[in-house]
Ligand binder design. Structure first.
Ligand code: CUA
Length: 461
C-alpha cells in the first residue's frame, strides 16, 4: 500500500517540478524554433507515458496486494494485449522521432543565399575566418600552422589571400542573414555550441564539418565547447555578437586579411635592441630583471607573449585595474611603443637575449610543488618552457618573485578580469586551484628547478 502511495506522489511531484521549476530553454535567437518544438513534443509523449505507466503500476500494486485467502493466477501469454502494446508503443516512438527527421532534413540542406564563416577550434579557444571578396576560403592544413600563420592557410592558394582572420574568441554575425558555419579543429575533438542558436556541431581533426542557422535577435551570446577536450575544456569559451548589418560590415572591414598578415616584414631584433634602450633602466641591460624596481626578467621570454602583453598594456586590458600599481607603471612605458612593428622588433630582441638564470628568492616544498605543477604542465610544458599553441608563456628561468605576484594578482582579481583579456581570464581560473600562499610558493619553488632548454644527450644505440 505504501509503495502505491509513493508511486502516485512520484508522479505528482514530477509534474509539479516540471511546471513550477524556473529552468527552461534560454530565449531562442535563431530560426531553429522547430528544435524546441520537437523537444517539447518529446516531453509530451514521454510525460504521458510516464504518468500512465506509474499510475497503472500504483493501481496494480494496490489491487493485487496480498490478502489472506486470495491466490495469484499465472497468465504468461496474452496475444491480444501484446499486439496492443506493440502498436501503441510504435505510434509513440514514431510520434517522437518522425518530426525530428523533418527538422534534420532542413538542417542538412543549407539555403542558397547563406553566407559562410569558418570556426577554428583548438585547446582552448576559438578563432574565426571569413572568405573575403571572392566568397571562397583558401586551402588550410594543420602542418602549415606557425606563430606567423596561426590559421595554417596555404600561402600558395590565391583564394586565401583575401580571407579575413578573426584572431580572437569573439565572432560577429549580421542579423537575419542565413550563415553556413564550417568547422575545423587544430588538435582534438571540440563542439561548437551557442545555446540560443539551438544548433551545435562537433569539430573533428582532419575533417571540415558544417551546420547552418539564421541569427534572428541582436545580442551577445556565449560560445561553449560541449566536447570534453582536455584540462581547459571548461574554459574554452567565446562570444557571438549578432548586430545590424552595417555594424557587422564596419567590424569586418577593420580586420586583417591573410595576405596582409603575410606581407609584414620579418621582425628585426637589431631594431628592437635600439628600442630596448629605454627599458634597460628597470629591466636591466640584458633583460635580467631587477626585483628592487619590480621589473621582471624578460630575457628568453617568448616573443609572441611579450607582444601580446605589450598590446594588453597599451590598450588597457592589463595594468588599468585599480590596485595594480606596477601594472600602471608599465602601462606608461608600453605607451612609448609606437606601433606593431616596434612591438614585434622589441619582442624578437628580448626572446633572443641570454641572461644567466636569476637567483632564487622564493622558498617552498619542491616535492609538493612538483605535484601541484602537474596541472600547469598541461599548458606551460613539463619544463616550464612555454607552449605557443596553448597560449602559455615560458615560466622556467623567469623571475620567481614575479611569478608569485602574478599568481596573487590573478587570484585577487587584479589581473585577468578585463573583458578583453581572454587568456588572462583563463589563467585566473587555473590560479584559483592554488589554495593558499604556501601552494603558490611550493609551485614556484618547483619551477625554479626546471630547465626550459634541457641539454639533449646523444642517444646510445
Ligand atoms: Cu574544446 Cu571542450
Amino acid at each position: 500500500m505504501a509503495i502505491a502511495v509513493v508511486l502516485v506522489l512520484l508522479v505528482i511531484g514530477s509534474l509539479i517540478f516540471h511546471f513550477a521549476s524556473p529552468w527552461w530553454f534560454t530565449p531562442i535567437a535563431s530560426n531553429w524554433s522547430t528544435m524546441d518544438d520537437t523537444v517539447i513534443l518529446t516531453f509530451w509523449v514521454t510525460g504521458v507515458v510516464f504518468i500512465a505507466v506509474n499510475l497503472f503500476l500504483a493501481w496494480v500494486v494496490w489491487k493485487y496486494r496480498h490478502r489472506k485467502g486470495h491466490k495469484a493466477k499465472y497468465d504468461p501469454e496474452n496475444k491480444k494485449l501484446e499486439w496492443w502494446l506493440t502498436i501503441v508503443t510504435s505510434i509513440g516512438v514514431a510520434a517522437m522521432l518522425a518530426p525530428g527527421l523533418f527538422v534534420w532534413g532542413k538542417f542538412v540542406n543549407v539555403p542558397e543565399d547563406a553566407a559562410i564563416v569558418e570556426v577554428v577550434g583548438q585547446q582552448w579557444h576559438w578563432n574565426f575566418r571569413f572568405p573575403g571578396d571572392d566568397g571562397e576560403f583558401g586551402h588550410s592544413d594543420a602542418t602549415l600552422i606557425t606563430p606567423e600563420n596561426p590559421f595554417g592557410l596555404d600561402p600558395d592558394d590565391p583564394r586565401g589571400s583575401d580571407d579575413v582572420l578573426v584572431a580572437s574568441p569573439e565572432l560577429r554575425l549580421p542579423v537575419d542573414q542565413p550563415v553556413k558555419v564550417l568547422l575545423r579543429s587544430k588538435d582534438v575533438l571540440h563542439n561548437f555550441t551557442v545555446t540560443q542558436f539551438r544548433v551545435k556541431m562537433d569539430l573533428v581533426p582532419g575533417m571540415i564539418t558544417h551546420m547552418w542557422l539564421t541569427p534572428t535577435v541582436p545580442g551577445s551570446y556565449e560560445i561553449l565547447c560541449e566536447e570534453l577536450c582536455g584540462m581547459g575544456h571548461f574554459a574554452m569559451r567565446g562570444r557571438v555578437v549578432v548586430t545590424p548589418r552595417e555594424e557587422f560590415e564596419t567590424w569586418l572591414a577593420a580586420l586583417p586579411t591573410f595576405g596582409a598578415t603575410q606581407a609584414l616584414a620579418a621582425a628585426d631584433p637589431a631594431a628592437g635592441a635600439g628600442l630596448y634602450a629605454v627599458c634597460t633602466a628597470c629591466h636591466g641591460a640584458s633583460g635580467e630583471g631587477n626585483p628592487a624596481l619590480n621589473a621582471p626578467r624578460l630575457a628568453g621570454q617568448q616573443a609572441w607573449y611579450i607582444r601580446r602583453q605589450l598590446d594588453a598594456f597599451r590598450d588597457g586590458r592589463r595594468g588599468a585595474k585599480e590596485g595594480d600599481v606596477y601594472g600602471a607603471q608599465m602601462r606608461a612605458f608600453a605607451a612609448m611603443v609606437q606601433d606593431d612593428t616596434s612591438a614585434r622588433n622589441l619582442a624578437a630582441h628580448l626572446e633572443g637575449l641570454a641572461a644567466p638564470q636569476p637567483q632564487a628568492t622564493v622558498a617552498g616544498d619542491v616535492d609538493r610543488g612538483r605535484r601541484l605543477y602537474a596541472n600547469c604542465a598541461n599548458c606551460h610544458g613539463h619544463q616550464g618552457e612555454g607552449i605557443w599553441a596553448l597560449n602559455a608563456p615560458r615560466l622556467a628561468h623567469m623571475s620567481d618573485w614575479y611569478l608569485v605576484r602574478q599568481l596573487q594578482n590573478f587570484q585577487h582579481g587584479v589581473r585577468g578580469t578585463d573583458a578583453g583579456d581572454y587568456y588572462g581570464w583563463q589563467m585566473a581560473t587555473f590560479a584559483d586551484a592554488l589554495k593558499d600562499e604556501r601552494s603558490i610558493n611550493d609551485v614556484v619553488a618547483y619551477i625554479n628547478t626546471l630547465d626550459p632548454e634541457p641539454v639533449r644527450t646523444a642517444r646510445k644505440d
